[in-house]
Structure formats: C-alpha cells, structure tokens
Design a protein around this ligand. Sequence first.
Ligand code: HEM
Length: 194
Amino acid sequence: MLAPSIPGYDYGKVQRSPVTVDEFKRLQSVVGFTDDDRQALSDAGELFADEAEALVDGWRKIIGSQEPLSEWFFGPDRKPDDEYKAAVKPRFVQWVVDTFTRPFDQTWLDYQEEIALRHTPAKKNKTDGVQAPPLVPLRYVLAFAVPVIADMREHLVRKNLPVDEIERLHAAWTKAVILTLTLWSRPYTKQDLW
Ligand code: HEM
C-alpha cells in the first residue's frame, strides 16, 4: 500500500509499541476477532472506499456540537482552532482507511500507540504545533466509541445490504473499534495496570 503524504501521518515511522503481536492476539481472542472479521473489514473498506471522509465528517459534527468534546480543539482564546481541526482531519480519515485495510501487525500496533499518545500530554498538539488543551480525557475517547460504532450501522443500512451482511460487517467494525480503543487506553493507565 502506498503511504499517503498527509502532514503528520507517520505510519511506519514511530517508536515501537510496548504491546506485542502475541499480546494483541490474546485480545483479539477475547473479543472473538477472527479471519472472517478481517475479511469483513476489508469488504467494508471496499464498500466505503470513497466515503471515509463522509464518515469522519459525521463524527466531527458530533464533536463540534458538544462543548465537552469540542473544547479539546480550542485555542488559548477558547475558540475552535480551525487550522488544528483541518490538520487533524485527513489523519482521522486515514485512520478509517487503515482500520479497514492494514494488517494488525507490529507496525499497526506501533501506530495505535502513537495515536493514543497524541490524545495525551505526551504528544497532543505537538504534531501540528498548536496550543490547544494538552489532553483529550480518556473518558471521552472511550465514550465516543458509541457514535463511531452506531453510525457505521446507519451507513451500512443505507447500502441496502442483506441483514446478515450488515451484521457481519458491523460486528467486525465493532470489534476493531473496541480493540483499537483498548490499545489506546494503555498510555493513559498507570504503569503495569494496563
Ligand atoms: C472512537 C474514538 C476516537 C477515534 C477513533 C479518534 C481518532 C483520532 C485520530 C485517528 C486522530 C489523528 C491521530 C494522528 O495524528 O494520526 C485523532 C486525533 C485527535 N483526536 Fe481523536 N479519536 C477519538 C476520540 C476523540 C475524542 C472523543 C476527542 C475529543 C473530543 C478527540 C480529539 C482529538 C484531537 C484533539 C486530536 C488531535 C491530537 C493531536 O494534537 O495530535 N478524539 N483522533
């Protein structure tokens, strides 16, 4: 796969995650993520090849409509930093594409750790050189799983697929999002508690 040239998108160029492929396989077993789910993600990726941006636009509308969510994009004047939002967006869109298409290997694990860090004081704001608040609190990152998961179902329904196909693709997306956020919770937790 060609690496897209998105400013700040550093897939394959970040430090090693402390989470190993073996540990991640154990987590995949816990959520029941199978080769079938991998195939379903790839199928969904083809279905939504041109719609990753539309998905992200929908989620960002939700973020923009609630101050407890939008304030993490505010500048020091407590107004939305539109340049920051615009800079983050293509990386968010690329995350959707990557979730559909990238193998869940060590490189992918490394990048999940990087994205997680970019929501915490270790790395937030640094990629874009902005002065927004230094953290997206973990509780909002986790709670946001619900719109991201539910919204996908609505998009699948609009494709007029058979019900069991909707279920198959939606189950795979749900597992992928939960696995991702489980990985992202790691840098938020105290040493050895993850
Ligand atoms: C399911 C939950 C979430 C997903 C999938 C997600 C996804 C992403 C992705 C892919 C990026 C770009 C990372 C990169 O630089 O490559 C990002 C950055 C960011 N997200 Fe999230 N996010 C989630 C929850 C949230 C929530 C709830 C908020 C705040 C309301 C938020 C605020 C931000 C901010 C401020 C950045 C920029 C961080 C930086 O300064 O580098 N995210 N998010």
